[in-house]
Design a binder for this molecule. Structure first.
Ligand code: NAD
Length: 349
């Protein structure tokens, strides 16, 4: 590989256009996006014209076979993550795959296995890990400022934020609703800050109460007649190390705020809310709230892509590992399974 990373994009929709292309472009001389593939060729064509990408395909298999690439961004609906990632890894590419890793734990395991076998980087688009708040809090946690983290609360709740574009309300293509789409972001953030503990017991409920009828849509008009996902998921996860995490996530719920993305952590030396960052401690007989007076600016997505590029070029670690992708996918699956059966799901090691 030369010092210039040759990147291909699989899927030319919202996240490719809004995040991946502009962020790769900001990496400057060290990156060239040289090919885009989308089953809807016009989407690929449009993106390629906007960003002066020379090669356009309507099949990623053809793109991988015909263009020499070092790395690939996978930006397709969830159902197509696993086949696209595996094909790209087998073709010798490093891969940044959008979240969630996959549709099922089995797919995530196979993706991790192929990454190991090929020796290529596989990382996932959990961009909140790259936020200034999370980066700062991680340093406090690593320095022992929160002590033993034994409880966490995760919220990813919109009042009326059912996506009116893409396939986000189609269970067959996405694997689920808010849990696998936005809940997974805050779940990953909490797990990352907690050191990715192994889950042991999972209890979940899902509800479809608002999305399957006509109503106010703050993120566009959605197809309520063919709405096949949950509006809301609630869960509780117990980990092998004794910690407990509770989770609430919704595309639509009768709550006050339009959109809340939050992780709260509680340890025996301190606690924290992450967005915005606030740390809670008891020191010298006083209860303290710590607020950062300064946080670095810049976009989480740009930091994520910058780190992926650096990992590809220098062999540095990517922040999110394929094994963590397997753990988060096992939790998501267990939450849906528990909701379906009404029973808690015990996970094997
Ligand atoms: N990190 C984030 O914050 C974030 C935000 C939005 C979306 N995403 C993720 O990105 C992925 C894509 O979401 P989006 O909003 O860009 O969706 P989108 O519907 O806007 O775009 C998806 C594109 O993929 C194309 N496509 C579908 N199947 C394909 C295939 N087999 N091969 C090639 N192209 C194919 C579609 O034609 C479409 O152009 C999803 O997994 C989603 O969860 C992540």
């Amino acid at each position: 590989m030369t010092n210039r990373l040759r990147v291909g994009i699989i899927g030319a929709g919202g996240i490719a256009k809004g995040v991946h292309l502009p962020a790769y472009q900001k990496c400057g001389e060290q990156v060239s996006v040289v090919a885009v593939a989308d089953v809807v060729k016009e989407n690929a064509q449009r993106l390629a014209e906007q960003y002066e990408v020379p090669h356009v395909f309507d099949s990623y298999e053809q793109m991988l076979a015909e263009v020499e690439l070092d790395a690939v961004s996978v930006c397709v609906p969830n159902k197509f993550h696993a086949p696209a990632v595996i094909a790209a890894l087998k073709q010798g590419c490093h891969v940044l795959c959008e979240k969630p890793p996959a549709m099922t734990p089995e797919e995530a395991e196979e993706m991790a296995r192929v990454a190991k076998q090929t020796g290529k980087i596989l990382t996932y688009g959990f961009h909140y890990r790259h936020s200034a708040e999370v980066e700062v809090l991680k340093r406090f946690i690593d320095a022992g400022e929160l002590g033993d983290l034994y409880a966490a609360r995760v919220h990813a709740i919109r009042r009326r934020g059912i996506p009116g574009w893409g396939v986000f309300t189609n269970k067959e293509l996405q694997g689920g609703g808010p849990l696998i789409d936005i809940g997974v972001h805050m779940l990953d953030t909490a797990l990352y800050l907690m050191g990715y503990p192994q889950p042991e017991l999972v209890l979940g409920s899902t509800y479809q109460k608002l999305g399957n009828r006509k109503g106010v849509g703050l993120m566009g008009a959605w197809d309520w007649e063919n709405y096949s996902i949950e509006d809301m998921a609630i869960g509780m996860i117990k980990f092998k190390n004794g910690a407990t995490l509770t989770l609430e996530t919704a595309f639509a719920a009768n709550v006050e705020k339009d959109d809340v993305m939050q992780v709260t952590l509680m340890g025996d030396q301190g606690g924290a809310d992450v967005f915005p960052l606030k740390i809670y401690q008891e020191k010298h007989g006083t209860l303290l709230d710590l607020n950062p007076a300064y946080l670095p600016s810049g976009s989480d997505h740009e930091r994520e892509i910058g780190r992926f590029v650096e990992a590809c070029l220098t062999g540095a670690d990517a922040l999110c590992t394929p094994e963590q992708g397997v753990i988060v996918q096992r939790i998501i699956h267990a939450l849906y399974e528990s909701a379906r059966t009404g029973e808690a799901v015990k996970l094997k090691s």
